[in-house]
Design a protein around this ligand. Structure first.
Ligand code: FSX
Length: 364
């Protein structure tokens, strides 16, 4: 068998210069909320690591997660990081079909330390017959593919928490990857949840960069999400937050307050109870995010967001600084705010580091 190339060798083979590689390592450091001075250490680590084999399984989903990752138009961190792994199976993107495609999955499973990326939830009702690939149910395919995997990354809210397919009445008995492991239906492996419907591409690649560089999963919160991206709420980092603190709220989507960019809390924004990096990393190469486009956050990276009430009903929590101070003293009344305030006072972590959205364009 041919020796597998290290990440540095692979990039050099593709014409990526040393300078561009170091620039990439600085960007990767930023993605992981590490100081730029870590770039040489990251370059050294990646220079030694071979590209892991990756099997991407898509189950019950809308393909938004794959769309999210592939809608890049320039040489980006996202595209470079996919040069750092060997994406051996992805039935939406791969050229092979039929038996050749399934053979690619089986061959990838022979590589030591392969990673499994899953998007979509897994139907379990009636033996899991509601979704199958090549005649194999999603449940059976996941069970088989996880057997010798090093770890699994659940990409998107469907894989992480069940998402929209699991929403009431959940006709297919959809479950998340973690739930299946907890019930002993598939082999237990380390799981990293990267929720979002869809998830932010920079966050997906940041998680992969961390795994590739350090060979281990990053620190996770109690919902299995990497704290470097999900440690703060949207509310913590929202540029409209000063208006919230001043009690200035848009009452309709086209009133004077909306035109002045006031807080969208009263229009149903779920930013205070939602954890993700949208407000800092943003979308479309750092162009914008839903709140910047005038719509409240719908909370898509939290479990059961679809069943959590109307996207346009305000959360029941204090809305002015005075109320906020009083409410914080009432146990349970200020759900989300306590977390938000605690997070605002946290030092370090993924704060300004994630504001470097301009790092996306890297020259070869
Ligand atoms: Fe779910 Fe992803 Fe939402 Fe769609 O694969 S997280 S429905 S964006 O596509 O799984």
């Amino acid at each position: 068998m041919n020796r597998r190339l290290t990440v540095a060798e692979q990039l050099a083979k593709q014409g990526v210069s040393r300078r561009a590689f170091l620039k990439f390592c600085a960007a990767a450091a930023s993605l992981m909320a590490l100081p730029p001075g870590m770039a040489p250490a990251i370059a050294e680590a990646l220079g030694k690591r071979t590209r892991p084999s990756v099997i991407w399984l898509s189950f019950q989903e809308c393909t938004g997660c794959t769309e999210s990752l592939t809608r890049s138009h320039t040489a980006t961190v996202e595209s470079l990081i996919f040069d750092m792994i060997s994406l051996d199976y992805h039935h939406t993107l791969m050229a092979a079909s039929g038996e050749a495609a399934e053979l690619a999955r089986k061959q990838a499973m022979e590589q030591a330390g392969y990673l499994v990326l899953v998007d979509g939830s897994i139907p379990t009702k009636d033996g899991g017959i509601y979704s199958a690939i090549a005649g194999v149910t999603n449940l059976q395919m996941l069970k088989e593919t996880l057997e010798n995997a090093a770890a699994v990354v659940s990409i998107g809210t469907c894989a992480a928490y069940g998402g929209i397919p699991k929403a009431d009445p959940n006709p297919t008995g959809a479950k998340s990857v973690q739930a299946l492991m907890d019930e002993g239906l598939v082999p237990r492996k380390p799981v990293i949840n990267v929720p979002g419907c869809p998830p932010i591409p920079t966050v997906i690649t940041g998680v992969l960069a961390h795994y590739l560089t350090f060979g281990e999963i990053p620190e996770l919160d109690n919902l299995g999400r990497p704290t470097m991206f999900f440690g703060d709420s949207i509310h913590d980092r929202c540029y409209r937050r000063p208006f919230y603190d001043q009690g200035k709220f848009a009452k309709t989507f086209d009133d004077e307050g909306a035109r002045k960019g006031w807080c969208l809390f009263e229009l149903g924004c779920k930013g205070p109870t939602t954890h993700n990096a949208c407000a800092t990393t943003k979308w479309n190469n750092g162009t914008s995010f839903p709140i910047e486009s005038g719509h409240g956050c719908i909370g898509c990276s939290e479990p059961d967001f679809w069943d959590a009430g109307s996207f346009y009903s305000a959360l029941s929590m204090p809305t002015t600084p005075l109320d906020l101070a009083a409410g914080a003293a009432v146990a349970g009344a200020a759900i989300g705010v306590g977390v938000a305030l605690a997070n605002r006072s946290k030092k370090g972590a993924a704060k300004s580091a994630h504001q470097s959205a301009g790092l996306a364009d890297l020259e070869k």
